[in-house]
Design a protein around this ligand. Structure first.
Ligand SMILES: [Zn+2]
Length: 134
């Protein structure tokens, strides 16, 4: 047997999964595929001043009236659909604090899910879930 097929989980950063093929003859990794689905930090917000500060007017960064089904992310283009395991499909329409959500250059795997009330957002809290960019 010349090859070992395995799964390598990178521990630095947030859990990107790679499938690797290892050539035993040369002791080299000959191919690897990055799997798009990975674990993201999923947080929650509503339109109150506690969650949005001075941006608590109920209008998203893309200019729409904020509603359930919308999420904030700082590097996916507006209108991008994402699937969050256990929650369903959402559309990126908002942006978040660069300190927590990164920038176009620093693509952090974080997403902020909109809820209608502060109570619901608070109950959701912070979860680490599988997210797929559709
Ligand atoms: Zn709130």
């Amino acid at each position: 047997m010349n090859f070992i097929l395995g799964i390598l989980l990178t521990l630095s950063g947030i859990n990107s999964t790679y499938i690797v093929k290892w050539n035993l003859k040369d002791n080299k990794i000959t191919s690897s595929i990055t799997v798009k689905t990975s674990i993201w930090k999923v947080t929650s917000y509503c339109q109150c001043p506690k969650c949005c500060g001075k941006f608590s007017d109920g209008i998203t960064a893309s200019g729409k009236k904020v509603k359930v089904g919308m999420v904030a992310n700082n590097w996916l283009p507006f209108g991008t659909k994402v699937f969050i395991k256990g929650l369903g499909e959402f559309t990126v329409e908002d942006r978040g604090n660069k300190k927590y959500f990164g920038t176009k250059e620093e693509k952090r795997k974080t997403i902020d899910v909109y809820f209608n009330s502060h109570k619901e957002a608070k109950e959701f809290g912070v979860k680490f879930l599988k997210v797929k960019v559709l």
